[in-house]
Design a protein around this ligand. Structure first.
Ligand code: ADP
Length: 564
């Protein structure tokens, strides 16, 4: 507009300096020409515009369209000009239209300006096809969503594998202290710059039992903090976390905060030296027991605990809590077991002494001391002695079991010929077998079977197995065999009552007997085979059984074949 005014001025100037004055007719003609030129220029500009331009008059009829508009609407100028535009037009507005072109929906952005056209009020609508841009935006949005989803999924997988790894670490130990140490170590790096485990004492005080820092330079401070006791009813929030079992988060740590949670100058200085910026305190608990607390701390402002971090820490602390509970229960069971074994050992030992006295005096009476006794009395004395001996045998089994259970058995290994032990067992047990109408044989080649083992324990195992074979066989033969190979296999085979398949795995359990009515007949303890199994394991071997009801049983003791 300003350029054209300049030209007007120049032209006026030329007239001004040329012929005296422009006539009114000349002026109208000139202005009309000017207007026509300007309109032509305007149309030309509109025509070349990349956007579709539609001029709509006040009644909504299209008065002009450019080339781009004919392409957008897929109509000729003749079809468009004079027809109703169909879209509401409001000056100064930008709206989004949905056009269906060639069966495909298109998104068009329409900007409208109020103007004039050929002397009347009109609206000039410029329309731009935004479909491609929209599609590109939509693709970018989907891509971003997919990337976020993938990142979230990858993060979830990483967290899950971290939790799985931690579970494996926790369950690999039945020691509560090791579980807590592992908990602190796992958190450092992945979740925090340093981690502390707090334990509570019965007086309500707390102690930092494990302090792990990512920065080795802070290790000394971390260790020094372990010796600082957190006094009961003191200001430290860990006391509250342990009592309420609720987590505590401090998102920004400053000196005022450190002053408020520490009880003395030394502790204050040590905590300050760690340079903490934020921390989370979580209870380590399981079921109705609280074992302590876990503190995760950041020492760089860049590390912030996100809700995901806190949830992961919660999960980790809960898993550690369960592992500590298991370890504690295991330790408690062990203590109880040791107590039971000690009691059994004491009782069995104390019962043996008077029993030996009973057997000794029965022997003396049998020998006619201090004076001879009659035949009927001798029978009764014999029964006293047999019963007392049986009691000694039962006590011996109990004592063996108690000793093995308490782990109080020492193994003394030496290089021995297993065949010699087999023959000894046969010699000891043969009278018993003969009394039961059974034959007892050693079936082995006459070559030494060297093995490094504890001969006494091996003898005890075989005496038990042969004793059982005699007890549970009515007729036939008991065979002791030996075979060499990757391991030395000593077998005790009988032709007895056998064991039903469903009971095979249970015969080695302590106090377990197949048939309670047999118990009455044989008055065993149900401990013999559990003693055998434990002894075999102590020798580095194992004992197995194969059996068929009525046909008989074969027990095999396999020992490591270390012959050198
Ligand atoms: P006990 O003989 O004192 O009952 P054990 O622990 O030695 O206890 O054996 C457990 C059970 O296994 C026995 O009660 C018996 O029923 C069964 N058993 C053991 N050895 C044999 C065998 N050679 N033949 C059949 N049953 C057997």
């Amino acid at each position: 507009m300003s350029a054209s005014s300049e030209r007007d001025t120049q032209q006026t100037g030329r007239h001004g300096f040329g012929d005296l004055r422009e006539t009114a007719v000349d002026k109208v003609t000139r202005l009309t020409r000017e207007l026509a030129r300007s309109e032509a220029r305007f149309r030309d500009v509109i025509e070349r515009n990349a956007d579709a331009i539609v001029v709509v008059d006040a009644t909504g009829i299209i008065r002009f369209v450019n080339q781009a508009a004919t392409s957008l609407f897929e109509r000729t100028r003749q079809q468009l000009i004079g027809s109703a535009f169909g879209f509401p037009v409001l000056g100064g507005e930008t709206t989004e239209l949905e056009l269906v072109r060639g069966g495909r929906p298109r998104t068009v952005e329409m900007r409208v300006v109020a103007s004039e056209w050929e002397g009347g009020a009109a609206f000039i609508a410029s329309l731009r096809d935004m479909t491609e841009r929209k599609n590109a935006e939509e693709t970018a949005r989907r891509l971003a969503l997919e990337q976020t989803a993938r990142a979230t999924a990858e993060d979830a997988v990483a967290r899950l594998s971290f939790l799985l790894e931690s579970t494996t670490v926790f369950t690999s130990s039945l020691n509560a202290d090791a579980v807590l140490e592992n908990l602190a170590r796992l958190c450092v790096g992945r979740l925090a710059d340093w981690a502390v485990i707090y334990a509570v004492a019965s007086d309500g005080s707390a102690q930092r039992t494990h302090v792990v820092h990512a920065d080795p330079a802070k290790a000394a401070v971390a260790t020094a903090l372990q010796s600082v006791r957190i006094l009961p009813r003191g200001p430290h929030p860990v006391l509250d976390v342990i009592q309420t079992r609720r987590r505590h988060i401090v998102s920004s740590i400053d000196d005022t905060f450190i002053d408020s949670v520490t009880s003395d100058t030394r502790e204050r200085e040590l905590v300050r030296a760690l340079g903490l910026t934020s921390y989370v305190l979580l209870p380590v608990a399981a079921h109705d027991r609280v074992f302590g607390a876990l503190a995760l701390a950041a020492s760089t402002p860049a590390r912030q605990f996100t809700p995901t971090d806190v949830a992961l820490a919660d999960d980790l602390a809960a898993r550690a809590g369960l592992a500590v509970e298991n370890a504690t229960l295991y330790e408690e069971a062990n203590v109880a077991n040791r107590g039971k074994a000690d009691l059994l050992a004491v009782v069995s030992h104390d019962l043996r002494t008077p029993l030996n006295a009973i057997i000794g005096y029965a022997d003396l009476l049998d020998l006619g001391l201090p004076e001879p006794i009659g035949e009927r009395s001798k029978t009764q004395v014999g029964r006293i002695r047999t019963s007392a001996r049986h009691l000694v045998y039962l006590l011996d089994e109990l004592l063996d079991f108690a000793r093995l259970d308490a782990g109080g058995v020492t193994i003394r290994r030496s290089r021995i010929d297993a065949l010699v032990v087999l023959r000894e067992v046969r010699d000891v047990m043969e009278p018993l077998a003969a009394k039961a109408g059974l034959s007892l044989v050693v079936d082995a080649a006459d070559t030494p079977q060297w093995v490094i083992t504890d001969a006494d324990k091996l003898r005890q195992i075989l005496l038990n197995l042969v004793g059982n074979a005699i007890k549970y066989t009515r007729h036939g033969t008991i065979t002791i065999g030996v075979r060499d190979g990757d391991r030395l296999r000593i077998s005790v085979h009988d032709t007895g009552i056998g064991i039903a398949p469903e009971n095979l795995s249970r015969v080695f359990e302590p106090f377990w007997q197949v048939d309670p009515s047999e118990r009455a007949r044989h008055t065993g303890t149900g401990l013999g085979l559990s003693v055998v199994r434990r002894l075999a394991e102590l020798l580095g071997g194992e004992v197995t059984v194969e059996s068929r009801v009525v046909d008989g049983s074969t027990f095999v003791v396999a020992l490591p074949s270390t012959t050198n």
